[in-house]
Design a protein around this ligand. Sequence first.
Ligand code: CUA
Length: 315
Amino acid sequence: MVLPAVGASLLLAGCTFEQSALHPAGRDAQELSGLTWFMFAGAVVVWAIVMGVTVYAVLGRKRRRTERFADLFILGGGVAFPTVGLAILLVYGLSLLPNWTSAQAPGLRVHVQAEQYWWRFAYELPDGSRVETANELHLPNDVTAEFVLTSTDVIHSFWIPALGGKMDLIPGRTNLLRLTPTKAGTYRGVCAEFCGPSHTFMAFPVVVHDADGYASWLAAEQAPATSGSELFAASGCAACHTIRGVAETGKVGPDLTHFGRRSTIGAATLVNTRENLLAWLADPQRIKPGAAMPGFASLPETDRAAIADYLMGLK
Ligand code: CUA
């Protein structure tokens, strides 16, 4: 049961550094990785000095030192060196704090609402209206995106290591985070705050497009679904899920208007294939314990297959 999920996450994370803070693809991640390497280099220097002194103390020639040498050694090594070293690291670290006043205004605003255990993404359009989707984030390259972060249940944390971050989503609060991707590609975001049994199955692919790619993605996402399904409504799916243009009352679960275009099921728990979707529809709890979605094993198999085919066809 856990195997397909583990397989999916391995496949998704792979060896492509999709989820690596040390392979930055964004401005903030670049600064963070610079800071990390700088701190690491500093730690190596300190370690080498301490080891050198230790080895000298154990193996070095024994001879009597003056009291003045001892005082200078303690003041130099124990006070001056740490004070100067830590001050340099502190000033460098503080200089990297985000400075929004001088940063240019964000070119895009995405409202992110975390839920146990998935992500509601709503893209703000220039006229103020929003396009809602779920569990897969698409961003234009070289544009600063502002994320408006909220939660309705418990504390989650929004983290895309390759782009920068991270920031908590706290019930009753609105937090803001700005990220600027600098390299087109596919990355992986995760929930970085333990939020329940399926915390580990609360991830999302992040696709960074060039400007044209993003515009055409958004245009397609804005469009309503091109087909409806009586089974989808009759089986109860529409009570929780919206498919724009077809069934718009269900708001509890992820928006499925363009489900067939997404690469994963259940917030990056499974790869989006027909077989995985059938398994998910029959018993989501087996794959993702604690998920709010009920199982539909009681439906005739042919109905489940028809619903799966319908959803996969929502491109
Ligand atoms: Cu949401 Cu951990």
